[in-house]
Design a protein around this ligand. Structure first.
Ligand SMILES: Cc1cc2nc3c(=O)[nH]c(=O)nc-3n(C[C@H](O)[C@H](O)[C@H](O)COP(=O)(O)OP(=O)(O)OC[C@H]3O[C@@H](n4cnc5c(N)ncnc54)[C@H](O)[C@@H]3O)c2cc1C
Ligand code: SF4
Length: 557
């Protein structure tokens, strides 16, 4: 590994992959440091009996990182490709009103649309309706019919998803030279696609970065960033391939893209623990959002929902309503899961499930119970009549990440009272949909027992702003007070997007890396080579019809 380069990129998710690809294309020497493993040439974990065998980041750099905070539970990915390895592939644009408040100057839907088109081209996004080789999954048709039956058809959509709908079980080479197969509809998107039918970042942006000479180092966890005496930065990391051997790289530019929670934590430690970046804005840690995530289930549905058939998410129903005091916006998407999880989830079944009769006192009791009921390979007879829903919406983005002054432990302060009406509205729509299906809704156990939100869509912590008293980064993602240090991932997003955020994270990263490259290379008109191929793409969320007075309000039972 080289010890000096033009740019170090920390993390390889939606922000990091975009940055690495564009910097390498612009001729910069780039090193990517990613804490997780490679899966482009290695299989994803499938040992259902042993949670330590490849599943958890904490245990030998596995695929998932679970963080339990006092008021929030966080799930995120670790590996080359970041969250794209385990996400549900959904790409939706932030509706135009999202940019009305909280963003620095220069951000609007029209301004971002060309970058959304570019991301759409790179990730080959499509709706489930374009899949030629398989009939529509049962759950997708059922959700459409339920939306119609509830009078919510104008708010129904098939989101764009980054899935290859070519012929299953037949290898082909994608436009970037990576090998992929067509989707087999196996429902395993959220645990990694072993058929490479998901258009994950390692098969496009990172493939290009590698081909253009970027050095990509996996299992290298960055621990500290320090300004170097002669300019630029020193980046310290632990090399897990060599038993946490310490390493150091120097670079003129550093692009921090470790995800909302981890980028913010790294900067908090550099300011408050190590003192290497003391001038960071007092707003560091602010504007944290769980993007209104709310996970729930329906059991004993009249028709078969077949949660393990088809890509994980294929449909959405938007809820948007204003009253004199407040505005509520969220999207309810159907979910899916691998068939092996079917038996585990039946413990939540309100009629016959283990959790129906047990009163739990603590989160650790619940975690232990879930561990004891490890998923089993056989299909459960009730699994086909069970459904998953993931709602996400515009919470108030009023959380704050900080380090405990004595223990230095990271925590999230989350204002439940001000965000509860959103979660309650999401819960109410889940109940209505479940009822229409003839089933019964059950919120995820962490919410039901402890009112603890679980989020997979963290945003904020290092908000973009026009001035340092309002945020941590300028309008192009450069850290106030530290020239050449950038944050280009979900941490930069200053508000809750509401819709699935990866598309916006990547589009904002495309915008800001273009500006950075123009400055670094002094090429005033530099743009991504693929800009000339990217055509305008229809955004299904933009076609949803919301009446001026809002959609039919929810009448919770
Ligand atoms: C189960 C699940 C399903 C999801 N489904 C969707 C979906 O359908 N659509 C959608 O838009 N979003 C979805 N998301 C959310 C999406 O994955 C994230 O919003 C997105 O990945 C965030 O992008 P990012 O660039 O900010 O960070 P990430 O993609 O999280 O990338 C950060 C990278 O940095 C690495 N890293 C962290 N710390 C360090 C360190 N110290 N040193 C080196 N590397 C480090 C991490 O390993 C990771 O690879 C889902 C998430 C989950 C968990
Ligand atoms: S449904 Fe299966 S084959 Fe298709 S993208 Fe998801 S994991 Fe891959």
């Amino acid at each position: 590994m080289r010890t000096n380069c033009d740019a170090v990129v920390i993390g390889s998710g939606f922000g990091g992959a975009v940055a690495a690809c564009r910097l390498a294309q612009a001729g910069c020497s780039v090193t990517v440091l990613e804490r997780g493993r490679r899966y482009d040439s290695n299989p994803f974990p499938r040992n259902w009996q042993n949670p330590s065998d490849g599943w958890l980041w904490e245990v030998r750099q596995g695929l998932f990182e679970l963080k339990h905070f006092s008021h929030m539970m966080v799930v995120q990915g670790a590996g080359l490709g970041g969250g794209s390895l385990i996400y549900a592939n959904v790409h939706l644009r932030a509706p135009k009103e999202v940019f009305n408040h909280g963003w620095p100057s220069g951000y609007s839907r029209p301004a971002l649309d060309p970058y959304y088109d570019l991301v759409g081209y790179m990730l080959d996004i499509n709706q489930i309706t374009t899949a030629q080789f398989r009939p529509m999954p049962a759950k997708s048709s059922l959700m459409k019919r339920m939306a119609e039956a509830m009078g919510r058809a104008p708010q129904f959509c098939f989101p764009n998803i980054a899935v290859d709908f070519g012929e299953p079980q037949k290898l082909h080479t994608n436009k970037f030279g990576a090998q992929q197969e067509g989707c087999r509809f196996c429902g395993e998107c959220d645990i990694g696609c072993n058929f490479h039918a998901k258009n994950t970042l390692d098969l496009n942006y990172l493939k290009l970065a590698n081909d253009k000479g970027a050095e990509i180092e996996t299992q290298c966890e960055v621990t500290r960033v320090t300004p170097a005496a002669g300019g630029g930065y020193l980046v310290d990391f632990l090399d897990h391939r060599q038993d946490r051997h310490p390493g150091e790289l120097s670079a003129n530019y550093v692009f921090l893209c470790a995800g909302a929670v981890n980028s913010t934590e790294l900067l908090l430690r550099c300011r408050d623990q190590y003192g290497t970046l003391p001038k960071l804005s007092p707003r560091l840690g602010c504007n944290y959002s769980g993007n209104g995530d709310f996970l729930a289930f329906a059991f004993n549905t009249r028709e078969r929902f077949m949660p393990s058939e088809g890509p994980t998410i294929t449909t959405g129903i938007v809820y948007a309503h204003k009253d004199s005091n407040d505005e509520t916006w969220f999207i309810l998407e159907e979910g899916g899961y691998p068939k092996e999880i079917g038996s585990l989830l039946q413990i939540l079944n309100p009629h016959k499930g283990l959790l129906a009769d047990i009163e739990l006192q603590s989160k650790s009791e619940l975690t232990q119970l879930l561990r004891q009921n490890a998923p089993s390979p056989g299909a459960h007879p009730d699994a086909d009549h069970s459904a998953v829903f993931l709602a996400m919406g515009r919470d108030r983005a009023n959380g704050r990440l900080s380090l405990h002054p004595l223990t230095r432990a990271l925590d999230i302060d989350w204002n439940m009272a001000s965000n509860a009406p959103l979660y309650d509205a999401e819960n109410a729509l889940v109940k209505l949909v479940a009822e229409k299906m003839g089933g019964e809704a059950v919120a995820n156990p962490f919410w039901r027992l402890f009112r603890l939100p679980v989020t997979v869509h963290n945003l904020g912590g290092c908000p973009l702003a026009d001035a340092p008293d309002a945020g941590v980064l300028d309008a192009y993602g450069e850290v106030f007070g530290y020239p050449g240090l950038f944050v280009l991932d979900g941490a930069a997003i200053p508000v809750a997007i509401g819709a699935n955020p990866s598309h916006t994270i990547a589009a904002v990263a495309e915008r800001n890396i273009e500006a950075a490259i123009r400055r670094i290379t002094n090429e005033k008109t530099w743009q991504a080579p693929e800009r000339s191929f990217a055509k305008p793409i229809d955004d299904p969320l933009s076609d949803v019809i919301i009446p001026p007075e809002g959609v039919t309000p929810l009448v919770a039972r």
